[in-house]
Design a protein around this ligand. Structure first.
Ligand code: ADP
Ligand code: MG
Length: 248
């Protein structure tokens, strides 16, 4: 809780009410699993971060061994409070091999500058690859309704969330029972439960994430909006791969 307070206060000091992946540590502080990642602001630091991330002990094996030789690859994302939808401006590079990390760092910063010359660029996030093939991209979020309070949202995530609109809402705090119901309610529920010979995802870990998110937004009324998209649900657990939030 203290760690979370510190993160929100430092954002307020920076005079911004929007936070992106620089707020990943807020999720960590509430026990919501996130892939290994680091924000850097120099090309050489990006290379070092990538080496550390792929060379680590690999204890949670987010990259998976799918035989495609992708174990040394990382994901890189522009980090800027002025760029809310990173992939819209080419600000997300997935599957970057070690020899391209340096150039990709420069590319991402250039794209952000071209998109908005006066954008505040905090750096580039270098992140562990998450195995999307064995997982489902879901969204877990919160919108504070002026009348009802914090509404926790769950649904099918990824880049099609607006198109498919397969989501459901509950007022926070969300009980374990309601979190389970939320999963039941979405049309994509069979996808999470092993449709077409897939392994079912770890539902308990999705339930836990929804409850932890609900706790976070209950503890901090200053958070008016928060989206974890995607929350990648796999048979081995759920991981928050991207986050953005608005504080007031
Ligand atoms: P944004 O939503 O701002 O465009 P995201 O961080 O959500 O940026 O990345 C966009 C998409 O890129 C995700 O929905 C996911 O499909 C893919 N992606 C992002 N991070 C990873 C990762 N660590 N491993 C695998 N795929 C990723
Ligand atoms: Mg996203």
């Amino acid at each position: 809780r203290e760690a979370a307070r510190e993160i929100l206060e430092s954002a307020a000091r920076r005079d911004t009410n929007r936070l992106g992946v620089e707020a990943m540590s807020l999720l960590d502080a509430y026990g919501i699993p996130t892939p290994d990642g680091e924000i850097v602001d120099a090309r050489s630091d990006a290379v070092e971060a990538a080496e550390r991330i792929v060379g680590g002990d690999g204890e949670d094996g987010g990259g998976g061994d799918d035989g495609r030789g992708g174990d040394s690859e990382v994901v890189m994302k522009i980090v800027s409070p002025d760029i809310l939808h990173k992939s819209d401006i080419g600000g997300v590079a997935v599957g970057v091999p070690p020899e391209e990390v340096g150039d990709t760092y420069e590319d991402l910063v250039t794209r952000a500058r071209n998109y908005q010359p006066d954008a505040t660029i905090l750096g580039v996030q270098v992140q562990e690859m998450v195995d999307l093939d064995s997982g489902v991209e879901t969204i877990a979020g919160m919108n504070r309704d002026p009348q009802f309070g914090p509404l926790v949202l769950f649904g099918l995530g990824g880049i099609f969330v607006e198109v498919l609109e397969d989501t459901t809402l509950r007022l926070a705090p969300v009980s374990e029972q309601s979190a389970r119901e939320m999963i039941d309610e979405i049309d994509a529920a069979p996808l999470l439960r092993g449709a077409r010979g897939r392994d079912p995802v770890d539902e308990a870990s999705v339930v836990e994430t929804l409850q932890r998110l609900s706790q976070l937004v209950t503890d901090f009324p200053a958070i008016v909006e928060l989206d974890i998209n995607p929350l990648v649900a796999t048979p081995d657990g759920a991981q928050a791969v991207d986050v953005r939030l608005t504080i007031d």
